[in-house]
Structure formats: C-alpha cells, structure tokens
Design a protein around this ligand. Structure first.
Ligand code: AMP
Length: 583
C-alpha cells in the first residue's frame, strides 16, 4: 500500500489527515487552509477551479459553480456544463483530486490510498457513489466509514473504559446522531439516525431571509432577483452566524448593495444572538427527533450515555449546545476541533488497515433495513437496520404460482412495509426452477454486506443448486464504462495541471534569466553584446508567443552566452536533470 490519507468529504467543507509518526495530523491545502470548500467551478474560459478559488468566484459565476454536491450523491442528478453531463460522483472526484494533489505536494510523495467518511445515514447507493468518486480521482478507497465512528476514534474513546456515547454531528449540510458502544478495542455503532438535509446552510438561509426582509421593509427594495446582491447577503449571513457563536451581537455592513431611486443603498444592521436563536429555533428543534430515535433504537436512556461528542462546524452554535445539554443532561464534549475530528479519525482507521495502528477493531452497522419484495407488494426484511457489519443472512422463499420456473428478486432498502415505497437497489431473475406446485420449490436468498456497506445478493434454487447473484453497484447510477471514462478524464486533467505548472515554472525561470541578461548586456562590448541582444530578443519573442518549446531553446541559448561571459547565476528556478522544473 502506498501513502494513505483519511478524507472527510463534507457537504460544505472537506478535510484531509495523515499519520505522522503515529499521530493523526491535518494536511493543509495549497492555500494554507485546514479545510477545503467542497465547491467546483467551471470558468467561462474552460478552466476548472476547486476549493476556495471556486467558492470565491461563486457570486460572478453562480450558474457554473457547484456546491453541496454531496446531497446529490447516489441520485440521477446531473449538471450540464458546456454540453457535457457530469454525475455527482464526477464532481466529488474533482474535489478529491484537489485534496489528493495538495496532500501529495505537502507530503512530497504519491498518495495512492484513502479512507473516506460518509454520514451514517447514507444509503448503499450513496456509499457506492462515494467509493466511485474516490476511484475516479485515482484513489484506492480502502474503506468507507461513518463520520460519527471516525470522530469517536479521533477522540481516542476506544482507549477509555467501556462506555456508551453519543456523537452529535451538525455540519454544513447534514445532521447525524449516533450511539456508539465502546468496549475494549471494539467500537460498535448501536444506532444511527439523522437528516441529510439539515445543517449550517439552513441557518445561513434563515439569516439571509431575515436580512432580505429587513432590507425590503426599510428600503422598499427586493434583493431576491439580484443574484450578486443575494450572494453578498448570504456570505454576510454566514459570517454573522459564526461571529454569534462567540459574541452576543454581530454587525452586518454591506455598502452599495442596491441602487435606489435616490442613490445607492447600504445594508447596516446588528443581529443579536437572541434574534438569531429566534430565527433558527425550529432548526435546532429539528435535531431532537433523530436524537430521540437513535436513543430508542439503541434501547438506551440519556442516563446510560456517558459522553456526547460534538462534531461539525455548526455544533459550535451555543443554542445547539444548550439543546444537546437539555436533551441528554450532559455537558457536550468538545476536546478536538469539530471541523477536523472526522478526517483525523479516518486516518486512524487507515492506520488500522495498514497495520500501523494496532489492536482496534471497528464494527459498523447498516443504516437502513434490506430485503426483498414478496407477493402483494410486501417488503420482507432480511437484514434489519442497525445490524453490525460485515453481515450475511439467508432466508428461504418459494414460488407463488403452480409450475413457476423463474422468480424475480427485487432488492429493496428502507423502512416501509409496502415494498414500492422503499428504494429498489436492483432486480435480478433466477431461472430454471424445477417445475412444482406453488410453495414447494425452496429458494434461498442470501444478503451479505461487506465492511464498506456494499451489498451483495444471491438466490439459489436448493433443488437444482442453480444460482444467480448481483452486487449492488449499478445503484451508483454510473456504469463501469462511465466510471472508466471519468477516471481517464480525471487523469488527463491531472496531466494538464502538471503541464501548466511546469510551463509556469519555465516561464518564471526565463524571466529571471532575462533580467540577468539585461544587466549583463549593459556591461558587454561588441560583438558579444550583439549576440546577447539577439538571444534576449529571441527569448522575449518566445515568451510573447507563449511557445513553451521556443522558450526552452531560447533560455538554453541565453544561458550558454551568460556562462561564456562568466555571468550566469543559477537562481534555483532552473531546470532539473530530467528536463522538468521545480515549482
Ligand atoms: P463542516 O461541514 O463540519 O465543515 O461545517 C461547516 C458548517 O459549520 C458551515 O455551515 C459553517 O458556517 C459552520 N460553522 C463553522 N464554524 C462555525 C461557528 N464558529 N459557529 C457556527 N457555525 C459554524
């Protein structure tokens, strides 16, 4: 296994960590940030931006900027950019590619493997799509693990006395609550519940709505049709929200926000924490249902839970912490930066898989029940939700009609009793069943789920031993051929990026060579002076034409002349032995 990283692939922000001398450590991105916005943009001139650069230009390029794509994972959502349709896993892969590239330049070596986290509530299709995104980005995804489990690892709870804990994770776009059972060397997720459409973005939305309404009330101007103004208000709303986690009031100041009949209009107002709490109370309250559900599923009362770990940027909101304390009677536990602990845990899990971290076994659960459709549109469960993974379960079924020689197995995931209300993960047919009266043939249906939560289903006629099976991989909405194509595209982009970097380094080196040459030129006499002047002109011309090949040749010529004059100084930005350039 090559270098392995742990990745928290978040809805709003992503974070990467690696094991440094046995310690999980955050890897900063190329811009120096410890988290990277999960935002991808396509500029008008065909350039692709990822992270902070993409987020920054969102205002001016809203229709070609994609954020929160995690919410679309596993669905048939597509975005069309310049005539090409991109699936959610392809957009996610672009974020992963940047994380991988930044990690490689920070570590100075190739990154090949990753552990990627997903919300505990993610379905099979969403997990599979996440795995595919990793593959498209050129990563060997060793394991997909639940974010709360990962957080518990980061907190080192596995090394403490046996206990049951709650992980309350409120991020930018998703909410998860999990109850974990920690006993020696084993972390078992007893229950998970959540809402993958609830997070910090919704808090921003409430504040934005309030600010827009206030502006309309005082200035009589509706900002909604003005995309640029709305983006500025949204950014100010998030900033105010973050400030209100440590201060009791925040000032919003947006000059020249709109043009009124009597001149420019500015937004200037103060938002108190009390007002913010008022505006967002329903969101905080919306987290209580899943908390109750998880405790009920785990069969535990609040007094049996020893700790509540707070995870995700939005868990810093004081009203959220107060609500958690009210519900559980525990002071929330906040030892590690909530934005970083999931990535740290993922790299610890990577350490377990690669053998560098010893004696830790991880048991995870299936978030939703799995089963098949039986006569009368009935959902028959084979694996109940919250069953520990990996798991394999079998059940015997029979035919519904006399002399029936084939059956269709419709694999379903969900909690509804009516089959058609659940999500169909795939269908397959078992043919060649021995002719018999209804109810006589014995068909054994086996479900297995591996440690990543990937589902495999088989059906076997016990009389003939005929068997059919499927791996639920089509549920990611991309065929193998599409994934292969996306991988080739991603590699091409990586090559293109490398080429651009090298060309820029060569250009920088040429420019520094030119200034050396111009300084030397003044001191030289004929005929060497004319030769040098000609070489300078050739290099300037090559730079102007942006002809990388000519720049290299003209730089070589100029270097020879300067060396002959004893004036060449290697400035460190020069060519390497292999013809490449350091950046
Ligand atoms: P995450 O997905 O865990 O990175 O969380 C991102 C969300 O946390 C975004 O909605 C941020 O606005 C929010 N966030 C980050 N810091 C704070 C803070 N100090 N107070 C409130 N929300 C925050």
């Amino acid at each position: 296994m090559g270098k392995l990283i742990g990745i928290d692939l978040g809805t709003t922000n992503s974070c990467v960590a690696f094991m440094e001398n046995g310690e999980p450590t955050i890897i900063p991105n190329a811009e120096g940030g410890r988290t990277t916005p999960s935002v991808v943009a396509f500029t008008k001139n065909g350039e692709r931006l990822v992270g902070q650069a993409a987020k920054r230009q969102m205002v001016a390029n809203a229709s070609r900027t994609i954020s929160s794509v995690k919410r679309e994972m596993g669905t048939d959502w597509r975005v069309n950019i310049d005539g090409k349709n991109y699936a959610p896993q392809e957009i996610s892969a672009m974020v992963l590619q940047k994380l991988k590239a930044d990690a490689e330049s920070y570590l100075g070596e190739a990154v090949t493997d990753a552990v990627i986290t997903v919300p505990a509530y993610f379905t099979d299709a969403q997990r599979q799509a996440t795995k595919d995104a990793g593959r498209i980005a050129g990563l060997n995804v060793q394991r997909i693990i639940n974010e709360p489990t990962s957080a518990a690892l980061a907190y080192g709870i596995d090394k403490e006395a046996p206990q049951k804990i709650m992980v309350y994770d409120l991020g930018g776009g998703t909410f998860d609550v999990s109850i974990l059972d920690i006993s020696q060397d084993v972390i078992q997720v007893l229950a998970t519940a959540g809402n993958n459409h609830l997070g910090g973005d919704d808090f921003d939305q409430c504040v934005t709505k309030y600010l827009v309404e206030e502006f309309k009330r005082t200035e009589k101007i509706d900002l909604i049709p003005d995309h640029m103004a709305m983006q500025r208000v949204r950014e100010a709303a998030e900033k105010a929200k973050i400030e209100l986690s440590s201060a009791t009031a925040a000032t919003i100041n947006l000059p020249f926000l709109a043009q009124g009949a009597d001149g420019p209009k500015h937004m200037e107002l103060t938002l108190t924490r009390a007002k913010f709490d008022d505006l967002t109370r329903h969101l905080v309250e919306a987290t209580t249902g899943p908390v109750r559900q998880a405790m009920q599923d785990a069969g535990l009362g609040a007094n049996e839970i020893s700790k509540v770990l707070m995870v995700g940027g939005s868990s810093r909101i004081p009203a959220v912490q107060a609500e958690v304390k009210r519900m559980t009677g525990k002071e929330p536990f906040r030892g590690i930066n909530p934005d970083e602990c999931v990535a740290l845990g993922a790299c610890i899990q990577g350490g377990v898989l690669s053998g560098s971290v010893k004696s830790l076994l991880l048991i995870d659960v299936t978030p939703l029940s799995l089963g098949v459709e039986t006569v009368g549109n009935v959902f028959t469960r084979i694996i109940e939700r919250n069953t520990a993974l990996p798991v394999q379960r079998s059940q015997i079924f029979s035919t519904a009609a006399n002399f029936q020689t084939s059956v269709e197995i419709n694999v379903l995931q969900g909690e509804r009793e009516v089959a058609s209300y659940n999500k169909s993960l795939g269908k397959f047919r078992l043919e060649g069943i021995r002719r018999a009266m209804r109810g006589v043939p014995q068909i054994e249906v086996t479900f297995s789920i591996d440690a990543n939560g990937i589902v495999n289903v088989s059906a076997k006629d016990l009389a003939t031993n005929r068997q059919q099976q499927i791996t639920i991989s089509g549920s990611s909405n991309m065929s193998q051929a599409e994934i292969d194509q996306a991988m080739r595209d991603a590699e091409m982009y990586a090559e293109e990026d490398k080429r651009k970097k090298e060309a820029q380094a060569q250009k920088d080196a040429a420019e520094s060579l030119l200034s050396q040459a111009k300084r030397t030129q003044k001191k030289m006499k004929s005929p060497d002076k004319e030769k040098l002047t000609e070489a300078i002109r050739a290099l300037e011309d090559a730079l102007k034409r942006e002809d990388d090949w000519a720049v290299k040749n003209a730089s070589d010529d100029l270097k020879i002349l300067l060396e002959a004059a004893g004036q060449y100084v290697d400035n460190g930005a020069a060519e390497n032995d292999d013809g490449s350039f350091d950046v």
